[in-house]
Write a protein that binds this ligand. Structure first.
Ligand SMILES: Cc1ncc(COP(=O)(O)O)c(C=O)c1O
Length: 411
């Protein structure tokens, strides 16, 4: 079982702000001391560029950077050449849309996404389709992605299916393995891109078992530094794609008449990367692995179940909870709206009680539009949250009700 009090001691923010009720890990996770110290270690002890130096501190930085690639590969069961470091999950998805999409997509082809996608896994595909004349199809999934929805949307013309593993709004964990099987039965050559930004911090990911072609996630959502993303892709496909950016480090030979490119993974890592951030990610992976993903998932699901029960007890029919009712389909994310209060008013009042939640459309406007709401309140739970945090959230929401009363607002 997760000992939250012990875990809290690993996160320096709680020393500086002991009363903080942080319920916005879906936006970004807090950082444990060992991650922060690793960044400091780089800047204090070997702040050199990687690959280029034939002196000790550059060699140390290169070794730490490449060791992270090994660790991230082991973390998701991918090979080291298949791990590309980017700036974010957003950049990882853009890389695939650009480097693969522009190679294989044309008029008459289809790209399928779902309604619940974060804009990061929606807009790059939408733009690709608009630019190439391909059909942009959206699975109508206001709660969860089911197999019949997938088999209805995917056809033999579908070249790419891009879907999220865990929705950052609905909290639903989509059945990726089953979706992959269903899609490949219709088109065995379909490329499947999974947005794992909300999965990698919470669930054990095994890319071989999922049998997908690409997954993308961000370091900062899994207690690692900001400014670092990961793209895992199947080697055979990565080898065929266009480079994403051109310049230093991604080349093999450059002549006036011709440039050849570096082998994987460096072909996709042009320029000086976020060296300290990547090195810090290694510590984040080690930290989460030590706690264990079975424990993490169980802990979050328990907190979600408790929060749903408490919300229902206190607010009953006045609260609308987004996403599936079945707790086994959910992660640690709960988005809701009150019929009487605007989410932004709720968010401001919660902040007065030092309860940090996210309000707005959470970069999922098509989903909110389909649900006929402009915004929602999102509380998300992670390893450093406990039932006490849920109780504080509920107490603060009761105060919101007292302050705002039964005023009706137009959402
Ligand atoms: C499901 C999902 N995908 C993609 C992203 C984009 O992540 P980043 O901003 O780190 O690129 C987010 C961020 O909230 C997300 O929740």
């Amino acid at each position: 079982m997760i000992d939250v009090q012990q875990i809290k001691k690993d996160f320096p923010i709680y020393e500086n702000d002991p009363d903080l009720v942080y319920l916005d890990s879906t936006a970004t996770a807090l950082k444990p001391r060992r991650v922060v110290e690793k960044l400091e270690e780089y800047y204090y002890h070997y702040p050199a560029n990687i690959f280029r130096g034939i002196y000790k501190i550059s060699e140390r930085a290169t070794a730490e950077y490449e060791e992270t690639r090994d660790k991230v590969g082991q973390f998701i069961n991918g090979d080291r050449e298949e791990i590309i470091f980017t700036r974010s999950a957003t950049e990882s998805i853009n890389l695939v849309a650009y480097s693969l999409g522009r190679k294989i997509i044309g008029r008459g082809d289809e790209v399928v996404v779902s309604l619940m996608e974060h804009h990061a896994n929606f807009v790059p595909w939408q733009v690709l389709c608009f630019e190439t004349g391909a059909d942009f199809k959206v699975i109508n999934s206001p709660q969860e992605i089911t197999i019949p929805m997938v088999t209805k949307a995917v056809t033999k013309k579908t070249k790419i299916l891009a879907i999220t593993y865990v929705s950052n709004v609905l909290g639903v964990i989509n059945p990726i393995k089953e979706i992959v099987r269903a899609a490949r039965r219709i088109n065995p050559r379909i490329i499947i891109v999974v947005d794992a930004a909300q999965a990698a911090p919470h669930l054990k990911i095994n890319v071989r078992e999922l049998a997908v072609d690409f997954i993308a996630f961000s370091s900062h959502k899994m207690v690692g530094p900001t400014g670092v993303g990961v793209l895992w892709g199947k080697k055979a496909i990565l080898e065929e794609m266009f480079p994403f950016q051109y310049g230093g480090e991604m080349i093999d030979e450059v002549a006036i008449g011709k440039t050849t490119y570096a082998n994987l993974p460096h072909k996709y890592e042009a320029g000086t990367p976020h060296i300290s951030g990547v090195i810090g990610l290694k510590e984040a992976v080690a930290y989460l692995d030590k706690i264990g993903f079975d424990e993490i998932s169980r802990h979050e699901r328990n907190l979600s179940a408790y929060a749903l029960k408490r919300l229902n007890e206190e607010f009953g029919d006045n609260v609308f909870v987004l996403g599936p009712k079945n707790i086994n389909k959910r992660s640690g994310i709960i988005s809701f709206t009150f019929y009487d209060f605007h989410p932004h008013d709720v968010g401001h009042l919660l902040d007065e009680d030092n309860v940090a939640v996210r309000v707005g459309h959470h970069c999922a406007m098509p989903l909110h539009t389909a649900l006929k709401i402009n915004a929602s309140v999102r509380a998300s739970f992670y390893i450093y949250n406990d039932r006490g945090d849920v109780d504080k959230l509920i107490k603060a929401l009761i105060r919101v009700r007292n302050v705002l009363g039964k005023k009706s607002v137009n959402l």
